[in-house]
Structure formats: structure tokens, C-alpha cells
Design a protein around this ligand. Structure first.
Ligand code: ZN
Length: 208
């Protein structure tokens, strides 16, 4: 007689296929939106396979807006000073400001696009990923499909908390793998929940 352990659910659980947030649904139930299979495993952890970009983007946006404001203020001031000096300021500033504004807009656009893509559970979160953890391996489900990594293929499971990303990264490395990419899950919950979840993943796989 063995008690079946309760699955540990980590965070808002998005459907790995369509992103529907399955709040309140039993784990084993199929997705009501797209019919994707429910979840199995001793630990169910959801996150993103790519790092979230949010914490860096906001300060950079304010910095860019601040610089634009200074530029606009300088151009405005050039109309208040003596006409000759004003003309000199404008001939200096206006040619610089065009590439600055265009370049800044492109950089910020790319960064915001990355943020939207990585918001866990959002429809655009192309990198959302859910791990179903068993003692025998991990089933990784994402919009790209399902991958099973057997326990024998795992060299180590490491956990790093990246404060600048506001995420805890669980990495599975395989023996002889030369690349540093591996299989990664970025957990985004409050730090105590992330640590507990990461510890459970290592424990279930026998690395604790
Ligand atoms: Zn779905």
C-alpha cells in the first residue's frame, strides 16, 4: 500500500499548446480550449525556455525617453537664445537626433516585442514551457512540441537564481554536451515558491 504523492503544481499553469490559463482545472483534465492532454508527473513546473526580459526593459525605456526629452529641451532652448547661437545649436543637434530617434525606436521595439513573447501564459509566449517531472525523466511540453529526457541522459540538474531577471533557472545538462544551452526552465513565481519547486525537481530526479 503506497500513498500516491500529491503533484506539486508550480505557478499559473498555461496550456503548453495554446497558452490558455488552466486556473482551477484538475491537472489531469484536457485543455478546454484546444484539447491538449492534461498533465502527469510528480512535479508540474511551468515557466519559459528563454529568459524573461522585463527587468531590463523598463529602466532602458525611461532612459531613452529621458534622453529624448533632453534633446527636445535643448532644441527648444535654441529658439530662446541669440539667433546666431540658436542656429548653431540646431545645425549640431538636428542631424544627430534623427539617427538617435530611429535607432532608439528600433531597439525599444525589439525589446518590447521580446517581453510580450515571454510573458508566461500569454498567447504570444512562444517560449512557454511546462515540465512534467518523474523519477525516470522529464517530459517537456511547449508550443514546439513534446520532448522526453530520460533520467539516464542527465548528467546534472542545476539551479541558479538570477536576481537581475527575477527568475530561477533550472538547467538539465547531458553528459558530453559541449554547448551550454542545455534544457532550461525559467521559473517566475515569488522566490520561495521557485526555490521549493526547483528543489523538488532535483529531489524527484535523485540529484538532491
Ligand atoms: Zn490548450
Amino acid at each position: 500500500m503506497t500513498e500516491s504523492p500529491q503533484p506539486l503544481l508550480h505557478g499559473d499553469l498555461p496550456c503548453p499548446s495554446c497558452g490558455y490559463l488552466r486556473a482551477g482545472l484538475p491537472l489531469e483534465r484536457a485543455c478546454p480550449e484546444c484539447g491538449a492532454a492534461g498533465f502527469e508527473g510528480l512535479v508540474i513546473a511551468s515557466g519559459t525556455s528563454l529568459p524573461p526580459a522585463t527587468p531590463v526593459v523598463k529602466p532602458l525605456t525611461y532612459l531613452a525617453l529621458g534622453l529624448l526629452g533632453c534633446l527636445a529641451a535643448l532644441i527648444a532652448v535654441s529658439f530662446l537664445v541669440a539667433p546666431e547661437a540658436g542656429r548653431q545649436i540646431r545645425t549640431l543637434l538636428i542631424p544627430c537626433s534623427v539617427p538617435l530617434v530611429v535607432g532608439g525606436a528600433i531597439v525599444l521595439g525589439v525589446m518590447w516585442w521580446t517581453v510580450l513573447r515571454h510573458r508566461p501564459g500569454s498567447e504570444r509566449s512562444a517560449e512557454r514551457e511546462v515540465w512534467e517531472v518523474w523519477p525516470t525523466g522529464v517530459r517537456m511540453r511547449s508550443p514546439q512540441g513534446t520532448e522526453w529526457i530520460a533520467r539516464e541522459r542527465m548528467y546534472d540538474v542545476t539551479v541558479h537564481t538570477r536576481f537581475e531577471l527575477g527568475a530561477t533557472v533550472v538547467s538539465i545538462t547531458e553528459p558530453g554536451a559541449l554547448d551550454l544551452t542545455g534544457h532550461r526552465l525559467h521559473l517566475r513565481e515569488p522566490i520561495a515558491a521557485r526555490r521549493k519547486c526547483a528543489a523538488r525537481i532535483r529531489e524527484v530526479l535523485g540529484f538532491a
